[in-house]
Design a protein around this ligand. Sequence first.
Ligand code: IMP
Ligand code: MG
Length: 186
Amino acid sequence: MLQPPLQVLISAATIQQRVAQLGATLTAHYQASEALLLVGLLRGSFMFMADLCRHIALPHEIDFIMTASYGQQTQSCGQVQLLKDLESEVAGKDLLIIEDIVDSGRTLSKVHALLQQRSPKSLAICALLDKPSRRVVEVDVQWCGFTIPDHFVAGYGLDYAQQCRHLDFIGTLTPDIGTHKLGIDE
Ligand code: IMP
Ligand code: MG
């Protein structure tokens, strides 16, 4: 499949600036942590995770979970299935879940509940993007890169039918929202 035409919604430079800010915030927040574990949700978070962890100036571990909620379409099927679990011990660690985008909230709600059962010292969520207008299940997202409107986006780890993940910017398939102001939560 050819890459679909995308209109830039968030440029590579804007993403990098925000990721550096988030990294500094997280470094300050977890300063006293004795065991920090970043848990990336495959596959969408891989690029965000790779950039973000290099801005967290503290010793930490990296691990991944994989769930499935979208197939080849742009609509969630409503079910979240665990495809790959963590390898790491969780008990007593400060866990930070790293997600690409919060849409319905189903994925994060399921992953959060799963990890909470394993007695982490703390459990928090950092998502690059948030589409609050699409929320079906409430989730507490402590850190968010950008709040975006209800449009399907791709790039910087996020896919459209498994394409576009390698792009260094985030684009939209719908061409009419280029001027939308991005919300940045501090
Ligand atoms: P949920 O609906 O919050 O469970 O979102 C599940 C997953 O759907 C996210 O982790 C993303 O991987 C994917 N997703 C949601 N919205 C988009 C989008 O606009 N573009 C690409 N992937 C998306
Ligand atoms: Mg995802």
